[in-house]
Design a protein around this ligand. Structure first.
Ligand SMILES: [Zn+2]
Length: 611
């Protein structure tokens, strides 16, 4: 291999290369920023423009421009050299393997070809053009976000790539094509508005396809590929990165349309996750964009799923040292709907009025509480204390207690006494939580022998799928995802169904870890349910090592359970109609089964021509 390392180095200024991903500030003869290789709040990452090297005084990472790209992009030396060569327009000669490009490059290339195809299709499809016009997408936005259209055909992209003699296997690997049971390739995206997803180098790494009607899923995303990992990518980041650095603030939204509407209206720090929950990786990527005092403003829907996602994301962002502000959108509105009505000023006011996480939680607790009964008031106080226990500083807690002290049972003894008692209660609860976090997950005391975990191998595939979903449900990281993607009817096991409903209705339980979840389960006062959940949680300890949770795996489980349910209902329907006498009750039962079946079969739905 002939790589002219010196030439590549000479043509790639290290400050420019690193500056594209890390916000750098001049300090003396060097540049400093937050280290991308470890978590920190004050910059200890130095870039020296004279020696063309970097060094972090926090984690000791150091090297030249090649080392940086290798580590930051997760590339081999050859890939990094190729990347830098392309960046600087240097001829890159590879020996041995002829001109065959690396695997990742084949994927980038085929995605770029597919993008050109989808964009050309949008230009010539009147229905799709009309749709984007009705959605208020400007020409500039279509251009900037490179929006396209996948036609209503099984062989549109296949045909295009075949004629061009493009690499069909790469297209399959990139998730653009699928293979039918008879071995034929067909288009993954059909009759959908196509949103290309770009990485930080603005290369197309995947797509999100939005349907036009009520089909499910509403958004179909590229599956995981070597270049497309949903847990790391943020929609709109390449267009928002610079402004985020300048303003020291990012707007985090839920949907692609929200981001586009925001940028169109001048809110150019907007980004979104790709239909998944925010991960620590996302948070770290965001943190890197700020030089100091990072703030992320969460703009999620006001529905219950949005509230859960808000709390979950706040927690992850705060862990990475990012300040969180929460926008309270009017019920039923999202940034897209609001901005489409031209209410930019309202949106700006909502951003200015964003509140911190604790205030947001306390307001919700009070608003949701049933203050007319003693039980309702007691529950409210318990929830208030649980939130206050997460505030470590007394002075900060003071501010919040000022707003909620009157809900304490000691209020009759006067404000001073009630406030002081609230402090003590919150501190006691915080101490208890710390103590619990130190202890390993408790095995149910005196659990009967038959509650021992059954080996996972003896379960049917459907039972295994259900177990995996329950595991997701019980984990802080995946619980929100599961409650969003599944519904209670998906579960066959009554305890699993009940646990699902519990986590859906009181998401804090699962978000605070297994101990808190068990506590919430115990609070239901049903020994059988408690025991069943303990048995499930114990079982997970034994299988956790070999079956990692991912959104792909969990989505597969939901689908498997739905199929099992459809089979079960079909059999039940047949049974109802098979008896010697079919009563009116039987017929009513069959009609009920039928309605459930129709609902279940709607997911996932085959593409249809209607909009
Ligand atoms: Zn470091």
């Amino acid at each position: 291999m002939r790589v002219d390392k010196d030439e590549i180095r000479a043509r790639n200024d290290i400050v420019e290369v690193i500056g594209a991903s890390v916000a750098l500030r001049r300090r003396g003869r060097n540049y400093v920023g937050l280290c991308p290789f470890h978590n920190e709040k004050t910059p200890s990452f130095n870039v020296d423009p004279v020696t063309q090297t970097f060094r972090c005084f926090g984690c000791d990472a150091s090297g030249d421009v090649f080392t940086f790209v290798e580590r930051y992009q997760n590339m081999s030396f050859v890939e990094a050299a190729e990347y830098l060569a392309r960046r600087a327009g240097v001829e890159f000669a590879r020996g041995g393997q002829g001109q065959r490009a690396g695997e990742r490059d084949r994927l980038y290339e085929i995605n770029a070809i597919a993008l050109a195809y989808y964009r050309a299709q949008l230009a010539r499809n009147a229905f799709a053009r009309d749709y984007v016009a009705r959605r208020g997408l400007s020409e500039e936005a279509l251009e900037k976000f490179q929006i396209g259209y996948a036609p209503d055909a099984w062989d549109g992209l296949v045909g295009y790539l075949t004629v061009r003699k493009s690499d069909l296997q790469a297209a399959r690997q990139a998730g653009l094509l699928q293979v039918s049971s008879s071995g034929d390739l067909f288009d993954m995206f059909r009759h959908r508005l196509m949103f290309p997803i770009l990485d930080e180098q603005e290369r197309v790494v995947g797509f999100g396809g939005r349907c036009f009607g009520d089909e499910q899923p509403k958004y179909l995303n590229t599956g995981e590929t070597p270049i497309f990992q949903k847990s790391r990518l943020l929609y709109g980041l390449p267009f928002a990165r610079r402004r985020i650095g300048v303003e020291g603030k990012a707007l985090l939204m839920e949907g692609y349309m929200d981001v586009i509407a925001a940028h169109q209206a001048g809110f150019t720090t907007a980004v979104a996750t790709l239909g998944t929950a925010l991960t620590e990786d996302h948070a770290r990527r965001l943190a890197r964009l700020f030089s100091s005092n990072p703030t992320v403003v969460l703009v999620y829907d006001a529905d219950s799923a949005g509230v859960r996602a808000t709390l979950r994301s706040s927690e992850i962002l705060e862990k990475e040292g990012i300040g969180v502000r929460i926008v309270r959108l009017p019920e039923g509105d999202d940034p897209d709907s609001l901005l489409r009505r031209g209410e930019s000023a309202t949106f700006q006011r909502l951003i200015d009025a964003a509140v911190g996480r604790v205030e947001y939680q306390l307001d919700r607790i009070v608003a949701e509480a049933d203050q007319s009964t003693e039980d309702g008031r007691a529950t409210m106080l318990r929830r208030i204390l649980a939130v206050l226990a997460t505030v470590p500083s007394r002075s900060e807690r003071d501010v919040y207690i000022e707003k909620v002290w009157q809900y304490h049972t000691m209020r009759a003894s006067g404000a001073g006494v009630a406030k002081e008692q609230m402090h003590r209660d919150a501190e006691a609860l915080a101490a208890l939580n710390r103590e619990r976090a130190r202890r390993p997950v408790a095995v149910a005391p005196g659990a009967p022998a038959q509650a021992r975990p059954r080996p996972a191998t003896r379960l049917t595939a459907t039972q295994r799928a259900e177990r995996l979903l329950v595991r997701g449900l019980a984990s802080a990281e995946w619980s929100v995802w599961v409650t969003r993607c599944a519904n209670e009817d998906d579960f066959l096991d009554p305890s699993a169904r009940r646990l699902f409903e519990l986590v859906r209705d009181t998401p804090e339980a699962a978000l605070s870890g297994p101990e808190a979840l068990l506590e919430a389960v115990d609070a239901q006062g049903d020994a059988g349910f408690s025991e069943a959940v303990r048995a499930l949680l114990q079982e997970f300890d034994s299988i956790a090592a070999n079956e990692p949770l991912s959104d792909e795996a969990l989505a597969g489980c939901v689908e498997r359970l739905r199929q099992a349910k459809i089979r079960h209902l079909t059999a039940e329907m047949a049974r109802c109609l098979q008896g010697p006498v079919v009563t009116e009750a039987d017929r009513e039962q069959v009609r009920a089964y039928h309605r459930t079946l129709e609902k279940l079969k709607g997911f996932p739905q085959a593409p249809s021509g209607k909009a």
